[in-house]
Ligand binder design. Structure first.
Ligand SMILES: [Zn+2]
Length: 266
């Protein structure tokens, strides 16, 4: 499932392939992918304009259309972007196809249809409306601590709460907690100040590293959990076996030796 590093990768991909090209046509293959906008409105806003720039907040990508409108993409569980040649077939599960004047196309593909395409006047207003917290790579250490501390519940599900901080999902919260050596079910109010600080530092480290490798798990360092994120895999630190557990209804992978349960610290 795409999280902040994957969306940042899509952003850079779109910046690299699709800016400043006149848009000839917009095709929607499944109406349900549109949220609060009709195809007519979307096509009207995009046609004969061009993408001017992009902005990311958490897992949302806003594309400036240059006429006071921004197209906002959310990728759900399975979304991605493909820039293709005019002779290439449509990407599998292409739900929106933007055709440029040169015949090339930008496909927004989404197999499971959980992402959405919106058209807004102001991305910041949408961020407020969706009650997203600060972006996980933008938030400062003090603000992170202030926002985290009052939360109840387990650290893993708290980090995944998009209103605390936007951009983290199941995979990278596991990695952050592995790097910080904190059990995913640890109640937030049981964390010490140095532990919260460590989580903040590891959050930045993990997200930056994942962006560097364009979110490809196999290119993550061997010392990371992500390439070993399955039940029974050896701990990348050589300390034990990766376990799977459930935290607030989501599966979490962790190493019981590196990340002892709270109250059982070595
Ligand atoms: Zn371990």
């Amino acid at each position: 499932m795409p999280e902040l590093p994957e969306i940042e990768t899509f952003k850079r991909y779109l910046d690299h392939t699709s800016l400043r090209q006149k848009i000839r046509e917009v095709t929607i293959t499944r109406q349900r992918i549109l949220k609060d906008v009709s195809l007519r409105q979307l096509a009207g806003a995009l046609k004969n304009h061009s993408f001017r720039g992009t902005e990311r907040h958490g897992k949302y990508l806003a594309v400036d259309v240059g006429n006071g409108k921004q197209m906002v993409l959310h990728f759900g569980m399975t979304g991605c972007l493909h820039y293709v040649d005019q002779d290439d077939p449509d990407s599998p599960y292409a739900r929106m196809i933007v055709t440029f004047a040169n015949g090339h196309r930008l496909d927004y593909a989404n197999k499971r249809m959980l992402g959405r395409v919106r058209l807004v006047d102001d991305f910041d207003d949408l961020v407020d409306e969706l009650e997203l917290g600060p972006d996980a790579l933008e938030i400062g250490a003090d603000e992170f601590d202030e926002r985290l501390r009052p939360h109840g519940g387990a650290i893993k599900s708290t980090l995944m709460n998009q209103s605390l901080v936007a951009g983290l999902g199941n995979t990278y919260t596991d990695e952050i907690l592995f790097q910080a050596r904190i059990h995913p079910a640890t109640p937030v109010d049981a964390l010490s100040a140095p532990e919260r600080k460590r989580i903040y530092r590891m959050m930045r480290k993990v997200l930056r590293k994942a962006i560097d490798v364009q979110g490809e798990p196999d290119r993550m360092p061997r010392s990371y959990l992500v390439p070993h994120r399955h039940d029974g895999a050896p701990c990348p630190r050589g300390n034990g076996i990766v376990h799977r557990t459930r935290v607030a209804g989501r599966s979490a992978y962790y190493c019981p030796v590196c990340q002892p349960r709270p109250g059982r610290k070595r």
